[in-house]
Ligand binder design. Structure first.
Ligand SMILES: [Zn+2]
Length: 429
């Protein structure tokens, strides 16, 4: 998409001379270039400018339950590389391991280091007491809840519009490192060991690029927002179904982060005040019924499913076996998933009602094979019960890349923080 200097001035409210100066600097930096001209209403030719996609890149790593998904995107959000490597369940990836992976991935893609804007690492939100992830059925670990100090939630419009709004800051020299300054991640984060702030500092030193840490659901929301080119006016939400359940929100083009960068703990919305106990201290949290982990537990307790499906491997492989059976006509497997979907729908409806959402995307590895079961339940539930149903519909969509959404979102976070740091509502030191 191309835009003229006049349009940029109108969009940003900056004066024409300011825009001209900024555009000149950005052209000199190779971030944008002139692509031709268009007739203006007064008959004068106006030069159009556009982003140079291959000039800068963002890299995202998603530390999933048993894989690390690596994604690189260009300035327009186009995926230029993707690689998935195995990770042992709950295996901690420290700085040296992450640095090796970063080098291997970017070397493989032949991305010049000086054109990489940074690395964002995403993973499930940490529990209130530490790095552990929630465990349905009252396991010993902690649930994912808000912790202060999370990395910046950069969000904004699709880049073609966002660039226009973000250019002034970018031109003013607020690159990613400045945007991310003061965003020390003080809490332990699942997958990075006890001190992810240390990991981050060490990584920045070794790689020479800025490093952000974010939770997977928030990153996925930003990734879906970008790739779908959702309008800024829309109240946009995303449900991330994985070993836990998270949600992310983009309001007015910016990621909504809450008081301590921990918004979106959909998994800990209670659907039964006398229900299953959750390590978070509450009863009946939906994560205890509808997360991948809870679904695998339910399938393993079902004698029929236990005998005919391969459920003894990793949680992910067991979950995939259940999901595959469900879509291939196994009624018991379908029942297990459909019941989970119904419970998730109850919690999701409360979320939609609280926030008056207009558009919702289901994503994450949990909807990669049998997402239609979840989408159907959720649509039906919202049509019958959403508070806003007579004022506006709530669009429910399935992610086109559920396994990659968090990784793509992570890379988008980097590019966004770089190109439009004004949209990065991070803490300022
Ligand atoms: Zn809970």
């Amino acid at each position: 998409m191309a835009i003229s200097r006049v349009e940029l001035a109108e969009l940003t409210g900056l004066t024409q001379p300011s825009i001209s100066n900024i555009v000149r600097d950005l052209i000199a930096d190779g971030i944008i270039h002139e692509v031709g001209s268009a007739d203006s209403v007064l008959g004068r030719r106006r030069k159009l400018i556009a982003i140079s996609p291959a000039n800068r890149f963002g890299v995202g790593f998603n530390l999933g339950p048993d894989t690390v998904t690596c994604v690189a995107i260009d300035l327009t959000g186009g995926v230029v590389g993707r690689e998935v490597v195995p990770r042992l369940p709950d295996e901690i990836w420290r700085a040296d391991r992450l640095a090796e992976r970063f080098d291997a991935f970017t070397d493989g893609l032949a991305l010049p280091r000086d054109r990489i804007e940074g690395l964002a690492i995403v993973m499930p939100a940490p529990g209130p007491g530490g790095a552990d992830r929630p465990q349905p059925g009252g396991g010993q670990t902690q649930p994912g809840q808000a912790q202060p100090g999370q990395a910046p939630g950069a969000a904004g419009p699709g880049l073609s519009q966002g660039a226009g709004l973000g250019l002034p800051q970018a031109a003013a020299g607020l690159g990613l490192s400045q945007a991310a300054a003061g965003l020390g991640l003080s809490q332990a984060a699942a997958g990075l060991g006890d001190d992810s702030a240390e990991v981050r500092t060490e990584l920045e030193k070794r790689l020479g690029v800025s490093v952000l840490v974010e939770n997977d659901a928030a990153a996925a929301a930003l990734g879906e927002f970008w790739s779908r080119r959702v309008s800024r006016e829309q109240a946009f939400g995303c449900i991330y179904l994985s070993t836990g359940i998270g949600a992310g929100f983009v309001f007015g083009g910016a990621l909504y982060r809450g008081a301590s960068f921990g918004a979106g703990e959909l998994g800990h919305v209670s659907i039964d005040y006398a229900g299953r106990s959750c390590p978070c201290g509450n009863l009946g949290c939906v994560e205890q019924y509808a997360s991948m982990r809870a679904i695998v537990l339910a399938a393993r307790e079902h004698p029929g499913l236990r005998s005919r499906l391969p459920l003894d491997g990793s949680e992910s492989s067991a979950y995939d076996a259940v999901a595959r059976a469900a879509v291939n006509g196994d009624q018991d497997a379908y029942q297990v998933l459909d019941q989970a979907a119904e419970r998730l729908s109850a919690a999701a409806t409360s979320m939609v009602n609280l926030l008056d959402l207009g558009r919702l995307v289901l994503t994450g590895p949990g909807v990669a094979r049998a997402g239609s079961i979840f989408a159907r339940r959720l649509r039906g539930h919202l049509e019958r019960t959403a508070h806003s149903r007579r004022r506006h519909g709530v669009t429910v969509e399935l992610s086109a890349q559920p396994r990659d959404a968090a990784g793509i979102g992570a890379a988008a976070l980097v590019v966004q923080a770089s190109v439009a740091p004004g949209h990065t509502p991070g803490q300022t030191a």
